[in-house]
Design a protein around this ligand. Structure first.
Ligand code: GLY
Ligand code: MN
Ligand code: MN
Length: 440
């Protein structure tokens, strides 16, 4: 099931209805310099993609609820141009933007400054995210300033600049059945890649060779590639949460932590972490900590259901981890007090998960004021507790020094979980995680 242009149209319709009388200006992404005159592969802006499905750089979408039907969706795009296309590839141009992407009208991108004031005329407000789009922001502010200057004679001007994010991101937070299908596909490919990685990993191989196996599978399966910098971290490297150097040799006796997921052509993402012994057998300490993280993760997944929250998921995992660490002698004291004081943070320093969708750390609020956002069917989150035993952070006062036999053990187990009416669907269940499956 793919995300069709009809689905993008429905999303725009819903967004238009929520905008009230405010006109929205939603910029797409531009190309980003890698070095000299080479650019990174193009990555469309997720808000723009969600509403348009248009995958070219430099585009801008206007959604204009104050205009009559047939003038509410305007795209500014790079026009067709043989010399540009011979260097950089096909463009849909203005004609394609109307015919294939449902725009009511499309204009060349370099006409935005000149046309924007007219399109914004009559809007009660302007929905635009300030601080993110340095090329577009001055055009929006100038158009608004001109309206305010002319208001005494023109009779009206937009009253304020509002952020489109709360509306749009609340919409993106709740995934449609088609989006859940795409996330299942991203999860399938990502899980297969983890299974392949575990089959090839052995002492003497480099982290990079394992990364190659994972990313080769992503591309063979038609994904764009990794959704984020793949983390392939042997031994103590796993205690660096965002380790992406991936240039060490895998050592006999160490664990290997792999945090990798693919990004599909339509940008839906997988995000999986697995940790296993490189030589196929856990040491006693590795087994103790792995079993503990797995128990925490399974307990946290078990509370995912409508009405729970990301907070309760985190709290559940944290409770299991802290109790287990006390039993193992790595923490000392009453678990509740340790949690209150944060006395576990030298061993577990991140939250237990995040929303997942078109962004890996997807949009959507976790709290509204004091109140945690309640989980609803269609929301998708990761559940990813871990433990990282190293000397990088000081042991809090009153807590036991860490014996050498525990050090250099970094473990995280991460699944992608969709909230369902009954509870939860683990999208990434095909990536195995039992102790038995991690050994050979
Ligand atoms: N791979 C990034 C994360 O797990 O949040
Ligand atoms: Mn994650
Ligand atoms: Mn991850």
């Amino acid at each position: 099931m793919s995300i069709t242009s009809a689905i993008h149209a429905e999303r725009r319709q819903r967004f238009l209805e929520q905008l009230g009388g405010a006109a929205a200006v939603i910029p797409g992404a531009t190309l980003v310099s890698h070095h000299a005159d080479c650019e990174w592969p193009f990555r469309q802006a997720s808000d723009f993609w969600y509403l348009t499905g248009f995958d070219e750089p430099d585009a801008v979408a206007l959604l204009l609820p104050h205009r009559p039907e047939g003038e509410r969706y305007i795209l500014f795009v790079n026009p067709r141009q043989p010399t540009a296309e011979v260097w950089h590839g096909f463009r849909w141009g203005c004609e394609g933007a109307v015919e294939h992407f449902g725009a009511d009208r499309a204009h060349p991108r370099d006409e935005l400054a000149q046309r924007l004031p007219d399109y914004l005329k009559g809007a009660e407000g302007i929905a635009f995210r300030v601080g993110r789009h340095p090329a577009i922001e001055p055009l929006v502010l100038q158009a608004w300033a001109a309206q305010l200057d002319q208001a005494p004679r023109g009779g009206a001007a937009a009253l304020g600049l509002v952020a489109p994010c709360p509306l749009l991101h609340a919409q993106r937070l709740r995934k449609s059945p088609e989006e859940l299908e795409r996330l299942r596909e991203a999860a399938r490919i990502s899980a297969e890649a983890h299974e392949l990685a575990r089959q090839v990993a052995r002492p003497g191989l480099s982290e990079r060779q394992v990364q190659a196996v994972i990313e080769q599978h992503f591309m063979e399966q038609g994904a764009r590639g990794p959704a984020y910098g793949s983390i392939v971290a042997g031994g103590d490297n796993a205690c660096v949460l965002h380790y992406t150097a991936n240039n060490a040799r895998l050592q006999d006796g160490d664990l290997l932590l792999i945090d990798a997921g693919c990004s599909l052509q339509d940008y839906y993402n997988g995000d999986i972490t697995r940790t296993f012994p490189i030589n196929g057998r856990f040491s006693a300490e590795q087994r103790e900590l792995y079993t503990l993280v797995l128990r925490a993760q399974e307990a946290a997944i078990a509370v995912v259901a409508p009405g729970a929250s990301a907070e309760t998921v985190h709290g559940t995992a944290l409770r299991v981890l802290v109790e287990g660490l006390v039993e193992l002698g790595l923490l000392r004291g009453d678990p509740e007090g340790l949690i209150e004081q944060g006395a576990y943070r030298h061993l577990y320093m991140h939250r237990t998960g995040h929303w997942l969708g078109l962004d890996v750390h997807d949009v959507g609020a976790y709290r509204l004021g004091e109140r945690p956002v309640a989980l609803e069917p269609g929301m998708v989150l990761t559940v990813e507790p871990g433990l990282y035993v190293s000397d990088r952070l000081p042991v809090p006062e009153g807590q036991p020094a860490i014996a050498a036999r525990w050090k250099g053990i970094g473990i995280r187990i991460e699944d992608d979980v969709a909230v369902t009416a009954q509870g939860a669907e683990i999208l990434t269940a095909a990536a195995l995680k039992s102790v038995a499956a991690m050994e050979r």
